[in-house]
Design a protein around this ligand. Sequence first.
Ligand SMILES: Cc1cc2nc3c(=O)[nH]c(=O)nc-3n(C[C@H](O)[C@H](O)[C@H](O)COP(=O)(O)OP(=O)(O)OC[C@H]3O[C@@H](n4cnc5c(N)ncnc54)[C@H](O)[C@@H]3O)c2cc1C
Length: 383
Amino acid sequence: MSKISRVLIQGAGIGGLVAATALARRGVHVDVVEHRPPGAVLGVGLNQPGNALAVMREIGVLDDCLRRGYQYSDLRVITADGATVDIPPPPFPGVPPNNAIQRRELCQVLLDAARNAGARLYHGTTLSEIREEADGVHAAFAAKADGATVPEAARYDLLAGFDGIRSQVRKHVFGDRYDAEYTGFTCWRISLPRPAELDRIVYSLSGDVKATLIPLGATDSYVALVAPQEQIGVRPTASQIADTIKTLLGRFPGWIGELAAVVSADSASAAFSPIEQVTLREPWYRGRVVVAGDAAHASTPHMAQGAAMAAEDAVVLAQCLDAEHDVEKALRTWWERRMPRAGFVQDYSAALLRSESGVPTSLDEELLRTPMPAAQARLAEPY
Ligand SMILES: Cc1cc2nc3c(=O)[nH]c(=O)nc-3n(C[C@H](O)[C@H](O)[C@H](O)COP(=O)(O)OP(=O)(O)OC[C@H]3O[C@@H](n4cnc5c(N)ncnc54)[C@H](O)[C@@H]3O)c2cc1C
């Protein structure tokens, strides 16, 4: 391990918790601050492709994820004219190709893993001061939720910002240069009873609306609908979100359209979010401050790889700090390993978004000459 013995991670999402586990297992003192209260998990479900499962194996939680999730092999595309195309996954050595899981289940597995590895987690608090020093960072904290336990102000060898799309740590290092950019599309999500036809991830297009349906177990499923929207105005209310989901689902033929009938106006799981991208066009670190996961490269959800990329960032960061004594060199190696892979996911996902909505650029068309199976095969290569 390099000279890093104390690390502060901001953000107890997927990337932050994987980083906490990977570093604490190597004997590093890790503190994690998360501004949400414990148990507040955003989103419904998630697909873990084989590369994400390889990370779960590396940090020792693969069996837990598989026990709580739903494994399947091919992904299915239902075209606008109703044709069904099944795309087999590339081989991922030693792990299943796909595991669909409830976000709250995955979060619990990762929280337990981080704690068991020795990381200290503080919910309901956030950084109130970041002072960079030659070989470390001085940090102070503020409570964001009632009753939160706030860590003492302290010095760390490294600060890692896994704090998502509106990252405060990214803002600290880069100002507003890399603020999230709205793509012109929104995502409407809901948890529904699992229809019998849904035994693998299904993608379907109806006009300019894309549906992604994920089985989450014997009885549950998760539906995400991506639709164009020029501007984001006032945030919709819960019943408006449910109404929109009903309308969008109703545009699909067959069993997907029939799901509109089971969407109820008071569904607690119905959620809306603008689809935004972050593209950090320079090294994802400065001195002893690192920015990773969605904070560095949030992408459109079209490859279901964002959380996988955050998890890969996290374990590769720990590997690089482990292998190289010189911290600057370790961080450079980390970024050089991560940037092409996360950039590929981001570019390919955005190209899919634009091409499916009928407005691909010539660069998108060039990129999409690599068909989906070959794109996935690239991600089956070691991270
Ligand atoms: C509709 C949709 C579907 C998706 N489906 C998939 C999928 O199937 N598979 C997949 O791999 N990816 C998927 N993704 C992407 C995935 O959700 C993200 O890429 C992933 O969650 C990023 O992880 P992260 O740890 O970088 O950030 P996040 O998960 O956003 O975690 C950031 C954490 O930081 C905390 N935080 C933020 N600011 C502060 C602050 N100031 N102080 C303290 N804490 C803070 C947040 O509360 C949060 O807990 C999807 C995304 C969308 C929008």
